[in-house]
Design a protein around this ligand. Structure first.
Ligand SMILES: Nc1nc2c(c(=O)[nH]1)N[C@H]1C(S)=C(S)[C@@H](COP(=O)(O)O)O[C@H]1N2
Ligand SMILES: [Mo]
Length: 251
């Protein structure tokens, strides 16, 4: 427990008395459990505030772009459905936007391309220890969520991908702060050309304040949710569920 956390918990519980009862015993009191749990949420909130979640990731000049940008993870979903859509140049691809929205959407690549686009040259950092600078272009995720009239009670946005890992679609999630960050885009283009299959064609997430595994490729579904419970393994993403990667991979 950090000092900050203890102080804030004392603040929340209205004094140190409850804390002196000892963590284990406190956790057994239902009301206290609730407070401690709220404390964890607030700890996260505090961390977010300290890091200034709205700050922009560094952007680079065209001459700084990496000559080679490697692909990682799935390089081709290679399912019959995906291959059929690739053959048809993704004319039949639809991004379903649902969950806690007032206006569910089904967007083609052309629909996404008709929205105001943002272009950014950023550095991708993979947790495995490599980085590359590339240019990404596409509508801001926030624009899409606004068009779908996301409900205020939504806290997370979940991305369902076309590639399967252990038989289940790769998925990822971010909170609404990152979802509305100006550099969080649904990229349709990389380095000026439509996304290659290896890089997530026809649409992939760029969430520039986080590590590479959060940047879901082959996005088919976008769902606004209040909780990550019951989705996949409940930890918010494929790597979070299956390896102990952090859900919040801020950089
Ligand atoms: N759908 C999907 N998205 C994914 C992955 C994946 O395997 N499947 N790998 C992740 C990882 S670990 C990284 S580093 C980046 C790699 O993006 P790139 O292939 O364009 O370099 O995609 C991320 N998004
Ligand atoms: Mo990665």
């Amino acid at each position: 427990m950090t000092d900050v956390l203890i102080k804030r918990r004392a603040l929340l519980t209205g004094g140190a008395g409850l804390l002196l009862a000892g963590c284990d015993r406190v956790a057994q009191i239902p009301a206290a459990r609730k407070i401690l749990f709220a404390g964890e949420d607030m700890h996260y909130g505090l961390q977010r505030a300290l890091q200034d979640r709205g700050a922009l990731a560094p952007e680079y000049r065209p001459d700084q772009m990496s000559p080679i940008f490697r692909a990682n993870g799935t390089r081709n979903p290679d399912t019959p459905a995906y291959n059929a859509m690739a053959t048809n140049r993704f004319a039949d691809w639809r991004v379903r936007v649902g969950g806690m929205v007032d206006r569910p959407l089904s967007l083609s690549v052309a629909d996404l391309a008709s929205m105001p686009a943002r272009s950014q040259i950023t550095r991708h950092d993979c947790v495995e220890g490599w980085s590359a600078i590339g240019q990404w272009q596409g509508p801001m995720l926030g624009t899409v969520l606004k068009a779908a009239q996301m409900k205020r009670a939504a806290r997370y946005v979940v991305f369902t991908c076309a590639d399967l890992y252990n038989g289940a679609p790769y998925y990822e999630s971010i909170d609404t702060i990152d979802a509305f960050h100006p550099q969080t885009i649904l990229a349709l283009k990389m380095n000026g050309a439509p996304l290659a299959v290896a890089h997530g064609a026809p649409v992939r997430l760029r969430v520039e304040r986080q590590l590479g595994y959060k940047h879901a490729k082959y996005v088919m579904g976008i769902d606004a949710v209040a909780s990550l419970d019951g989705i996949g393994g409940g930890k918010g993403g494929f790597w979070e569920d299956n390896v102990d990667y952090d859900w919040y991979a801020g950089i």
